[in-house]
Design a protein around this ligand. Structure first.
Ligand SMILES: [Zn+2]
Length: 111
């Protein structure tokens, strides 16, 4: 009986998927809230609105920094986050990436 092992992404094998969760919480969610704020009348939050927008923007910058600075190839140490942002549909390709796009590193993990 032949069993096929499902392909596992590089981020999974190198135990870096949790960083994507951090990026989602720090970047994607604040970004969505900022967009939703565009549809809220200006007088709803009044003076607190600018503080809320600055807080969300700052959180987003931290999330983007985490994405660019911490998602790295274990061998060549180049940023996989930067690769994802500079390639078309790179963020989605990053999730399925089997090996490092720079050096070809492929962790020999099993699940
Ligand atoms: Zn590499």
């Amino acid at each position: 009986m032949v069993t096929t092992t499902p392909s596992v992404s590089l981020l999974h094998k190198t135990k870096q998927r949790w960083k994507l969760v951090v990026v989602f919480v720090l970047f994607v969610i604040p970004g969505l809230i900022l967009v939703l704020l565009l549809f809220v009348p200006w007088n709803v939050f009044e003076k607190k609105r600018i503080a809320i927008q600055l807080l969300l923007t700052g959180t987003g910058v931290v999330g983007l920094t985490v994405f660019l600075a911490t998602l790295r190839c274990p061998r060549c140490r180049r940023s996989l986050g930067r690769w994802a942002l500079t390639n078309s549909s790179g963020v989605f390709r990053l999730l399925a990436l089997q090996r490092c796009p720079y050096c070809g590193f492929e962790e020999a993990g099993n699940k």
